[in-house]
Design a binder for this molecule. Structure first.
Ligand SMILES: NC(=O)c1ccc[n+]([C@@H]2O[C@H](COP(=O)([O-])OP(=O)(O)OC[C@H]3O[C@@H](n4cnc5c(N)ncnc54)[C@H](OP(=O)(O)O)[C@@H]3O)[C@@H](O)[C@H]2O)c1
Length: 292
């Protein structure tokens, strides 16, 4: 397949493009080359590449800043996706949109299925829901793939923050009353590949597998010993760590339909995390070897 990936310099795209390139012709466009908020550029890119599928990894992802930069968040996550859906339709191309657990309010208290009602409680979630709506309203063939608590080699993410703090502090305070599922960008990239190869259009939930009771605190407790740190992790409540944007207290995504629809078995979250930490170690060793 010929695959066009937008937002190619982002965290997910960093692992997605090389994984898709194993077996496909994959072309990445960064924000400078293809700004999805510019309808003309989007149409030109889809016309130029004539891909078999477009995967949208471009997004506005600053959850707290989105509360004050509402227009920008909506422009990128809503209207940008509208542009992509219109262009994909014009050239008969399926669109794969990456979305988030933050389209849910977290009040269900049980894993969310793709068939549950959405109800975001922060503006980032609202803007991502707008993107989902445009895809459903416009695109004739689409995949919407929701994921959560994403981490990878590029960009800012929770694992990177913990790694940094593990060398700077004796203790870190981490929220223990928000429950969700971490997802490594490598796991998600593997799942995206399987889903777009399946031709089975629809809404998918993809995360690494947990027991449905994992908090940010539990996640941090696993990271510290894996990186050989003695930094103590102290559990705190959301009230003790105020942020501009509210977060759902429970946003585990149910993957039953994904498992039954396509040939993808999620990795356990701790196995995916250990693989990621090993990758980081290998990179550090390689860099040191190059410098020596
Ligand atoms: N990170 C998470 O925890 C998480 C959780 C659930 C779902 N997701 C979803 O997963 C997807 C990938 O996220 P990610 O973490 O890889 O995000 P990311 O690292 O922030 O990457 C997004 C990329 O899009 C680019 N971009 C921003 N505005 C653009 C525009 N107008 N046109 C083209 N490109 C633009 C960004 O460039 P600049 O950096 O230069 O602005 C960045 O390179 C997103 O849809 C996100 O909503 C993420």
């Amino acid at each position: 397949m010929r695959i066009l990936v937008t937002g190619s310099e982002g965290m997910l795209a960093g692992d997605l493009i090389p994984i898709l390139a194993q077996g496909h012709d994959c072309y990445g466009e960064n924000k400078a080359a293809l700004d999805i908020t510019d309808a003309g550029s989007v149409f030109k890119a889809v016309e130029g590449y004539r891909p078999d599928v477009v995967i949208n990894c471009a997004a506005y992802t600053s959850v707290d800043l989105a509360e004050t930069q509402r227009d920008l968040a909506m422009l990128v996550n809503g209207i940008g996706v509208q542009n992509l859906a219109l262009a994909c339709n014009a050239y008969g191309v399926p669109l794969c949109q990456i979305s988030t657990d933050y389209v849910f309010d977290g009040s269900k208290g049980a894993p969310y299925t793709p068939f549950d009602n959405t109800c975001p409680i922060n503006f980032y979630g609202e803007s991502k829901l707008a993107g989902e709506c445009y895809v459903r309203w416009i695109a004739r063939r689409f995949y919407i793939i929701r994921t959560s608590w994403l981490y990878g080699g590029r960009g800012n993410n929770f694992v990177k923050t913990m790694l940094r703090l593990s060398t700077q502090r004796d203790e870190v305070r981490v929220v223990n009353d928000q429950i969700g599922s971490p997802t490594s960008t490598v796991s998600l990239a593997r799942a995206i590949k399987v889903i777009i190869e399946s031709g089975r259009y629809g809404v998918y939930h993809v995360t690494d597998q947990t027991d449905g009771r994992l908090s940010w605190y539990d996640f941090a407790c696993e990271i510290m010993p894996l990186v050989g740190s003695r930094t103590r992790v102290i559990p705190i409540t959301t009230d003790e760590y105020p942020t501009a944007a509210r977060r759902p207290v429970y946003s585990v995504l149910d993957m039953t339909a994904t498992r039954l629809s396509v040939d993808y078995i999620p990795l356990m979250w701790d196995v995916a995390l250990a693989e990621h930490i090993d990758d980081i170690r290998r990179e550090i060793l390689n860099e040191a070897a190059l410098k020596a």
